[in-house]
Design a binder for this molecule. Sequence first.
Ligand code: FES
Length: 108
Amino acid sequence: MSRSGYTYVCRFDALEEGVPRRFEVEGVPVSLVLTEREVFAIHDVCSHSAVSLSEGEVDGFTVECWLHSSRFDLRTGHPLDRPATRPVPVYPVRIEDGDVHVQVTGTP
Ligand code: FES
């Protein structure tokens, strides 16, 4: 981890638009999602039951949990549909020189 609290995760080029990728960042499971212009980092565990959101489908600014179809807003982590009712943490992302860094401090 750098002094800023951001941790290098991968090269930007390693991400494919609309295809979530799971990483362990400082021991925290994180799904990185490249949308049209932006990279989002969302906790890679659904708040309804502990399955990986990186195995879900991305549509716009949402990722849909594959197990019961709750969609989560990648910008806020809030669920848009039941059965999930609790948000999932989202983390700040920085891109520097083609490197993707994520800040996972303050995780649950
Ligand atoms: S496990 Fe994700 S919505 Fe149920």
